[in-house]
Design a protein around this ligand. Structure first.
Ligand SMILES: [Zn+2]
Ligand SMILES: [Zn+2]
Length: 230
């Protein structure tokens, strides 16, 4: 059994006040975690930096995320992905890490873009706000789809709002292409992984992921063995 009283005394009241925000933000039952970012590193960062400690203490104190809180969390996110970086903007760090690796980096190794980090932070804030009101009788809780990182699908079910804007300008999305050689498979085709149809700029023409076009007839009978060329 964990002695909560003892644990709280060791952590100190400052860190304890930040825990609901930090736990929600770093992944809980209702809020996803950032790929390969665990809780220990996040906790250590918060314990070492008063600005981050304050941001997670503030997370969930209201139903909105104030700009200064988000900016601190954005800087904190940069430290998670690149310790001691001077960069404090998620988009800027994504760009720098992508360039430093000359593009040879998986999207999961990059920090989320600012847009999706904001949606993630809104969800964490919403969850932390509910926890912080756990002793309140009948708390006034807004709908999660009212700008808190979730939205309703066509059937009225709640779904995660991964981002508020487009993942890239339309013109760029149209230019994303894959380099699959024999088959385009959900496991490794960058077009399928990005939820896109293959286009004429892809290496393989006539794959099953292409928009059906009378001019292009898939002839991949030889590719049913599912082996990998990569
Ligand atoms: Zn492909
Ligand atoms: Zn493709």
């Amino acid at each position: 059994m964990i002695d909560v009283g003892k644990l709280a005394a060791v952590l100190g009241s400052g860190v304890c006040s930040a825990l609901p925000g930090l736990h929600a933000w770093s992944g809980c039952d209702t809020v996803s975690a950032l790929a390969s970012q665990g809780k220990i590193k996040a906790l250590k960062l918060v314990q070492a930096n008063d600005l981050y400690l304050q941001a997670f203490t503030d997370l969930g104190s209201s139903w909105n995320v104030p700009t200064d809180v988000f900016n601190s969390i954005q800087a904190f996110t940069c430290q998670l992905y690149a310790r001691n970086t001077k960069i404090v903007g998620a988009n800027s760090l994504r760009y720098h890490m992508f360039c430093a690796k000359k593009g040879q980096i998986e999207s999961g190794q990059l920090p989320p873009c600012e847009d999706s980090l904001m949606q993630h932070t809104l969800r964490a804030n919403y969850q932390a706000a509910i926890w912080r009101r756990s002793l309140k009788n009948l708390p006034d809780v807004p709908a999660p789809s009212a700008g808190h990182g979730w939205e309703l699908d066509d059937g009225g079910s709640l779904k995660i709002r991964w981002m508020a804007g487009l993942p890239a300008p339309d013109v760029v999305l149209n230019l994303i292409s894959c380099t699959c050689r024999r088959t385009c498979r959900p496991s490794d085709c960058s077009c399928i992984l990005n939820g896109l149809k293959c286009t004429v700029v892809c290496k393989l023409q006539g794959c099953s992921n292409m928009v059906q076009d009378d001019a292009i007839v898939a002839q991949d009978a030889n590719d049913s063995d599912g082996d990998s060329d990569d």
